[in-house]
Ligand binder design. Sequence first.
Ligand code: PRP
Ligand code: ORO
Length: 223
Amino acid sequence: MEQDLLVTLAEVGALITNDHLVYTSGRHGSSYVNKDALYPHTGATSAVCARLAHHFAGAAIDVVAGPTVGGVIMAQWTAHHLSRLNNRDILAVYAEEEVSGASKQRSFRRGYDDLIRAQRILVVEDILTTGGSVRMVIEAVRAVGGTVVGVGALCNRGGITAAAIDAPDLFCLTSVPLESFDAEACPLCAAGQPINTRLGKGAAFLANQHVAHVEQPESFKVE
Ligand SMILES: O=P(O)(O)OC[C@H]1O[C@H](OP(=O)(O)OP(=O)(O)O)[C@H](O)[C@@H]1O
Ligand SMILES: O=C(O)c1cc(=O)[nH]c(=O)[nH]1
């Protein structure tokens, strides 16, 4: 299976190498597993989520939950396949990001908290780099009284373990160790390699740097 998924990702043009990306965590690196190239292919997306559903078919899941944006699509397909395998309606919901100053968390809005309370939840995610995003979903499930039964992911590129994200079970369709660097110690920045502004968070990173470097007009300076 490990190889199957990599073949699928290669077929849809999702494997980017020799580039300069900024990731969600703020880290930098030369590779990118572009899940957004997979999702327009509904047959391939359905097939990979069916693999997750098969793995968790015996785990008595009630609801599948993912983070916006990619996790919405994954939750839908995985719940669809789980429903067929279990011959009952298994729901799909998603956790949205809440930003407050420098801190971020995820929460279930739109009445989805009521669907999660006292239920058995499968958390799904596409890519694991630091595991920070999926951990926020796990915390959001627990905050509204759901029980996380396991986590299913497409690609674990950060060597993330179940213990690291405080999950009882972690099942990844493929695990590929891909390097990432602290922004301040990025060798690609040091070498002056242009940052990709089409994929990942490169455009926002450069916009922030620009703001930080723009000299404030004299009248705005605070003594
Ligand atoms: O393990 P982490 O370090 O948290 O990084 C992985 C997260 O980063 C990506 O999210 P992205 O912000 O690209 O999500 P979206 O485009 O689906 O909103 C990916 O879909 C994971 O959710
Ligand atoms: O860490 C991320 O933000 C990230 C890495 C990656 O390879 N692919 C992706 O979509 N996001």
